[in-house]
Design a protein around this ligand. Structure first.
Ligand code: ZN
Length: 138
């Protein structure tokens, strides 16, 4: 798995390779792998809900599937998602870009699963931005 520490500068793709809506500088969040410890907390349902709304606008899709390496078996989770026209969202094949509170973040779509199933605690700034971003969509 591609690992980037939280709050490092996003450089997975060069600016000219990126979605035109995602060319401003962004910070990495949630690029976890089992070789690195991460902060833990019980999932905030409001944050999960906000990210489910944002993941529908997936960015940089299909750069290969990335299965979850924290699950006993490597899986790409499929979540029930009322925001998705199909009612379900496959994770592990793209990025969520969060813009809020004057900050921009790039997370793998799998971040929802990390939060929901593996107790990952993303930075407070990311959570606040995601809640604000999702509120703008509602
Ligand atoms: Zn997992």
């Amino acid at each position: 798995m591609t690992h980037f520490a939280d709050f490092t500068v996003y450089d997975y793709l060069e600016p000219e390779q990126r979605d035109p809506r995602s060319r401003k500088p962004m910070l990495n969040v949630g690029w976890l792998d089992p070789a690195h410890e991460y902060p833990m907390v019980d999932a905030d349902p409001a944050l999960v809900e906000a990210l489910l709304a944002l993941v529908v606008d997936v960015r940089h899709e299909m750069r290969g599937m990335q299965a979850c390496e924290f699950c006993p078996e490597p899986v790409c989770p499929v979540l029930t998602n009322p925001h998705d026209p199909g009612g379900r969202t496959l994770l592990g094949n793209g990025e969520i870009h969060v813009v809020g509170n004057g900050m921009r973040f790039a997370a793998p779509t799998m971040v929802i699963h990390y939060i929901d199933e593996h107790y990952y605690r993303p930075p407070d700034e990311f959570a606040a931005a995601a809640l604000r971003h999702a509120a703008r969509l509602a």
